[in-house]
Design a protein. Sequence first.
Length: 115
Amino acid sequence: MIEASQIDWGGHANDGDYVLTETLDLDRVVGAALDFARQDGNTLVVLTADHETGGMAINSGARDAQSMGLVFTTKKHTAALVPVMAYGPGAEGLSAMMDNTEIYRRLCGLWSLEP
């Protein structure tokens, strides 16, 4: 289990560079987890979030990465949906938009545990 809490902090601070830097760090960690899962063949990797923070968006008129203007709509959590992505055994039951409490139930099912 890995938590990328600094992405949340960047959203609360409305600091686009912070959010992007921390997201790239998360991308590297997820890449390492996926490499392990591919080699192992018996590891399930699940990626999701408990909420979105800041309402970050790309300002209209941005034509390339250098002119991309990041803007925020709030310093708080938003009601934006967050995806659930998974790779490995059982991933087909987790790759969708779903209520986050359903993730727990589905993982319990994969492990033959009572929720």
